[in-house]
Design a protein around this ligand. Sequence first.
Ligand code: NAD
Ligand code: GLY
Length: 367
Amino acid sequence: MSQIAEEVAINLGERSYSIVIGGGLLADPASYDGLPHAANALIVSNTTVAPLYAARLRAALCGRYALIHEIQLPDGEEHKNWQTLQSIFDVLLERGCDRKTVLFALGGGVVGDMTGFAAASYMRGVPFVQVPTTLLAQVDSSVGGKTGINHPLGKNMVGAFYQPQRVICDLDVLGTLPAREFSAGLAEIIKYGPIADLEFFVWLEQHMDDLIAQERSALVHAVRRSCEIKASVVGKDERESGLRAILNFGHTFGHAIEAGMGYGAWLHGEGVGAGMVMAAELSRRLGLVNESFVGRLRGLIHRAGLPTLAPLLDDQDNAGRYLQLMRLDKKSEAGEIKFVVVEGSGKAMLHSAPDDLVRDVINACCR
Ligand code: NAD
Ligand code: GLY
């Protein structure tokens, strides 16, 4: 690769691949060296990202694939559904794309999750490459092979584990990302500290202002360390039979916020921000962390530009509404909610809790 880039390996046997992190990668043909040969490639993007970056990606791929097709999906979480997925299959079939066709996901987590699922199922599986363009996608969703779409009754309820061939994180593209979306990505970066690396948590406390300013060396470190932690967890538990669930720190409360407010009102990262404060408060009430740890985490989340207070979801029985939504979480077993709690030493685990205790946490953490 001609650019100076950092590389993180995901070790999954024959499904191993690398995450490449740096500047100028998207437009550099060398970023795509060594990918599977094929006659056809399909760039899957959306109506916001394609006008910004699809031409650069196409130019970089030109010469490698005889035919480069493109589809622009409608932008938004509300389009992460069967109908949009079907439109990807429509293009693949209409253009006669064979089972060697390589799909390129150019966009945030919505495009990445849908492209991955399309790749997992088209002709029972074709290769795909993640070119994530949001901070959230670069540090989380493009890595680890969770792909899928939403069902009207639940988020990410239909999907597959399917690993990409490579993840190409070009930090230059973050320059066009709206500030609110950048902060949402910071939530997923922050989560890696309490669950896996207390030193990284301290580093984030020291460098949050640099990250907000998109200072390059800070950004490289944060994206690389996040990817390393995720790679390590996924390498041990690809299909979430246990350990991988810790990556959902703050997500049980966060998903309830997203669903309860109506998808799109709160960004995923915003729900995770307030949700991490709630999960830390639950950890404190279970005797796992002290008040000071919760305060530090709350302070960091606030400095990242994220909400630290959760919204009211119901005027009559707010805690009851949260509990009702959280029972739908994929980690719930026989109606028992499993929370990711932290120990304050850079470790996390799954824990159930009595409803009364959870109600107290919700009451203490809502506006
Ligand atoms: P997103 O894909 O909706 O992107 C956010 C917004 O930013 C969109 O409007 C998008 O068009 C725009 N955008 C993207 N890149 C841009 C750029 N460089 N410049 C300007 N605008 C740009 O949201 P997201 O936060 O990236 O991803 C959220 C999704 O990811 C959710 O559907 C969530 O379920 C999923 N997710 C998946 C995993 C996983 O492991 N697969 C993990 C976390 C989240
Ligand atoms: N974002 C959680 C996971 O990939 O498992």
